[in-house]
Design a protein around this ligand. Structure first.
Ligand SMILES: [Zn+2]
Ligand SMILES: [Zn+2]
Length: 476
């Protein structure tokens, strides 16, 4: 019986694999052909960056090209988002591919013929605008992917949804935006996406390389504010008042105890940073109140919830012990960017084909964050990095993302296109998730925090393991 079953599964696997014809050669030559065009698009976008929720020209640029390819196009999703739908000639899964579109309030300092000279108003002041995170390259690579795949329509199974998302770096104050709003407006639902993929160029990863991590990859980012209220007094007589600054200094110490004494650090890292303190007007006046604000980074959904609770308790109890009060508010900016292990395992050969096995590098988790994390509430997801650092450069000399000197070498944008296209042709619906549920995939499956090594030992694919990543390119 056991033998029969085994034979049956072997047969089943063969049949399934039979659907997947290796298209990598065809993808390679089609990509090489359009690469100069893709680089031109990227440079045009680089020269014309727009801030989050204001990507009007960028959206027009994308729409025009998608329509030119004969795709079904939807616009104004989550303000300025654009979605293109490509239906293959035979039925199959629905795959989402995502690129973010926004630039940053940074004034470019790189000496390039296509450097940005854009200026705009941001939070009431005049600022330069720059694609200082490389989202220009993401748009160009996804447009290139749409072009390659639309020409292979006759061989394509299923449907591809090209998602061009605004405001990854966060919407302007008081506005909604980004991936969370895209999800809220149903971008994952119609057609219902079975698996979603996204890439980020990385200025500290050499061109021609792909870096990935299974399971938790990038951190959840929360921003928080603590307002401490005491009682005003003369600076010479603190016993007549309640000093909110002294209380705050105790709270700051207490917050670090959450990291070092209360969080299970062998499970996942936790970071709590206070980035801002405001209070007081003069040396000899104890003020009535003060505020501080900071950010929390966690790489596990449960730990994120626990840290929130502990911050509230720590701040409130310390304040109470000194006769003050503390109001804590926490705003979640992104979730943990979690790469579904089964999906990662399935797609690694496709990534290896795209860059060569030796250029596919497993990396560590990063405390940077990405709003791509919201899509995994709806489908298994996989987000990875492609290299943008020139070959002759040292990692330490490569300017970080979000800085005026940020620079990427765009000669290897083919990597992203090849990776997306190979993924599309190789993807098979997964046993555990997409296959058994037409409705919402249970959250437990999506957010299951399984020790990665159980699923995916570093040696599994015989790829170099790099213990210390230099990931940046994150929003919050
Ligand atoms: Zn980014
Ligand atoms: Zn960024």
């Amino acid at each position: 019986m056991k033998k029969t079953l085994t034979a049956f599964f072997v047969l089943l696997t063969t049949v399934f694999n039979g659907f997947a014809v290796d298209m990598s050669q065809e993808i390679n030559s089609a990509t090489e052909k359009i690469l100069p065009q893709v680089v031109e698009w990227r440079r045009h976008l680089h020269q014309n960056p727009e801030l989050g929720n204001r990507e009007f020209k960028t959206a027009d640029f994308i729409e025009k090209r998608l329509r030119g390819l004969g795709l079904e196009v939807r616009t104004k999703i989550a303000k300025t988002g654009v979605v293109g739908v490509l239906k293959g000639d035979s039925p199959g899964p629905v795959i989402g591919l995502r690129a973010d579109m926004d630039g940053l309030p940074v004034t470019e300092r790189v000496n390039l013929p296509f450097a940005s000279k854009e200026k705009t108003e941001y939070n009431g002041s005049q600022v330069g605008v720059m694609h200082a995170c490389g989202h220009d390259s993401h748009v160009a690579m996804l447009l290139g992917t749409a072009e390659v795949l639309s020409k292979m329509k006759s061989k394509l199974r299923g449907t591809i949804v090209f998602i061009f998302q605004p405001a990854e770096e966060g919407p302007p104050v008081g506005e909604e935006g980004g991936a969370a709003l895209m999800v809220k407006e149903g971008v994952m639902d119609n057609p219902k996406i079975d698996a979603i993929f996204g890439i980020h160029i990385n200025a500290q990863t050499e061109i021609g390389k792909i870096k990935y991590k299974s399971g938790s990859f990038m951190a959840a980012a929360d921003w928080f504010t603590i307002k401490v209220k005491g009682k005003q007094s003369h600076g010479s007589q603190p016993w007549l008042g309640v000093d909110p600054i002294a209380v705050a200094s105790q709270i700051i110490g207490g917050l670090q105890m959450i990291v070092s004494r209360q969080s299970e650090l062998t499970k996942a890292p936790v970071v709590i940073t206070i980035g801002k303190i405001n209070g007081g007007v003069r040396e000899n006046i104890i003020p009535e109140e003060m505020t501080m604000a900071g950010t929390i980074r966690t790489l596990d959904d449960q730990m994120q919830k626990e840290v929130h609770e502990r911050i509230k308790t720590t701040a409130q109890k310390i304040a109470e012990s000194m006769g003050a009060t503390a109001e804590v508010s926490i705003e979640t900016k992104t979730l943990v960017t979690y790469n579904t292990p089964e999906l990662v395992r399935q797609m690694l050969p496709s990534l290896a084909k795209s860059v060569g096995k030796e250029n596919l590098v497993e990396t560590e988790w990063t405390t940077g964050a990405e709003d791509f994390s919201y899509y995994r509430l709806k489908a298994p997801a996989f987000f990875f990095n492609v290299g943008g650092m020139p070959k002759d450069k040292n990692v330490k000399d490569a300017a970080p993302h979000h800085t005026p000197d940020f620079y990427i070498d765009d000669s290897r944008l083919d990597v992203g296109i090849k990776a997306f296209c190979n993924i599309v042709f190789d993807y098979q619906p997964m046993m555990k998730t997409a296959r058994n549920s037409k409705d919402k995939i249970p959250m437990e499956i999506l957010i299951e925090q399984v020790p990665v090594e159980n699923y995916f030992p570093a040696q599994f694919f015989d790829v170099p393991f790099q213990p210390f990543g230099f990931e940046s390119g994150f929003a919050f």
